[in-house]
Design a protein around this ligand. Structure first.
Ligand code: NAP
Length: 335
């Protein structure tokens, strides 16, 4: 890999794409040329990178000439169509969509957990589902210490997880309600302002949603733990940014609070925020804009043997998407 690779961002104008541009800049990623790609609607717009405007171009089959690493964040259909073209042009693709995550030939990576899988890539590396990535940041260190068998979890997912249009929808509905006007909606099937929706993504035949199934499927692949089980209820909440997850985890070995705290305290990319006496615990507002995820509300589970409850929050636009993708690109430079 070129020491100063040329980077393309596909979906550069989206909620994740904007964060990718800023993350490359903030982490001083040694970027050669930066190519910003989006739909024809955005062609000609400019976005700032290192103080200079960069013009957004329409994504086309020949967009990847001279690009070394392409960060894809424009949805599964775009990834399925254009990622193979980018690989053919000689790029390594880091893909944010779910298109390739469960493909056996594609590593699915959270660098703090399985960075070593990156070297197995054949052109495409997948970024995990945002809720899964945030949950695993706290679960994996506990798994290493005690061996996780299964989890039961409920999520509290921010609207920015659905993209830029959903942020506008929440903002608009709040204004409409305060002004006493009728509420309009386009993105979600129900009003999201002052409400919670127990549906994230589409329903599967077993009654779970596609989002809920990702925790078990992607968790198994990332942790190299094929017997891991996860029963999850994913809920959209009227929070702008940062997902939170309430987890009850059951382990093979007995768990003590001291040993759990010790394992979490040294985990990379994770801060322990857990002082109930001072009402200190992770909050989405405090996790917003932070690279590290936060874990707290640690307690022995009163209904499970060898069980631990915890609450983890993380900025899903960062650790669940842009930051994780840039971290993968950083690992590629080390190969
Ligand atoms: N939001 C999150 O927290 C999150 C977390 C993890 C993974 N992801 C995944 O990341 C991807 C993007 O999510 P997002 O939240 O950033 O969505 P978003 O805000 O709706 O942005 C979508 C991006 O895709 C571009 N796009 C749409 N149609 C296109 C086309 N035909 N050709 C080229 N570009 C096109 C859009 O360009 P225009 O502006 O020109 O329309 C925009 O840049 C999705 O696969 C999502 O599942 C999102």
């Amino acid at each position: 890999m070129n020491a100063k690779p040329n980077i393309a961002i596909v979906g550069a104008t989206g909620a994740v794409g904007i964060e990718m541009i800023q993350t490359l800049e903030k982490r001083k990623f040694p970027t050669g040329q930066l190519t910003l790609l989006a739909s024809a609607r955005s062609a000609g717009k400019t976005l700032p990178f290192r103080g200079q405007p960069v013009t957004v171009r329409e994504l086309k089959a020949d967009s990847f000439k001279d690009v070394d690493i392409a960060l894809f964040s424009a949805g599964g259909d775009i990834s399925r169509e254009f990622a193979p073209k980018a690989v053919q042009a000689g790029c390594v693709v880091v893909d944010n969509s779910s298109a390739f995550r469960m493909d056996n030939a594609v590593p699915l990576v959270v660098p703090e957990i399985n960075a070593a899988d990156i070297k197995l890539h054949k052109g495409i590396i997948a970024n995990p589902n945002c809720t899964t990535a945030i949950t695993l940041m706290a679960l994996y260190p506990l798994h290493k210490a005690f061996g996780v068998r299964r989890i039961f979890a409920s999520t509290y997912q921010a609207v920015s997880g659905t993209g830029a249009m959903a942020i506008q929808e929440l903002e608009q509905q709040v204004r409409q309600i305060v002004a006493g006007e009728p509420v309009t909606r386009k993105v979600y099937p129900h009003q999201i302002a002052f409400n919670v929706l127990p549906q994230v993504d589409v329903f599967l035949s077993n009654g779970y949603t596609k989002e809920e199934a990702k925790m078990e499927n992607e968790g198994r692949k990332i942790m190299h733990h094929p017997a891991f089980r996860a029963s999850v209820t994913c809920v959209r909440v009227p929070v702008y940014r940062a997902h939170s997850v309430a987890v009850s985890a059951e382990f093979e070995k007995p768990v003590s609070l001291e040993a759990a705290r010790a394992a979490l305290a040294v985990a990379p990319g994770l801060d322990v925020v857990d002082n109930p006496a001072k009402q200190e615990y992770p909050l989405p507002l405090r996790a917003t804009g932070k690279y590290n995820c936060q874990v707290g509300r640690l307690r022995l589970d009163c209904a499970l043997d060898n069980g631990l409850c915890f609450w983890v929050a993380g900025d899903q636009l960062l650790k669940g998407a842009a930051l994780n993708a840039v971290q993968i690109a950083e690992e590629l430079l080390k190969l």
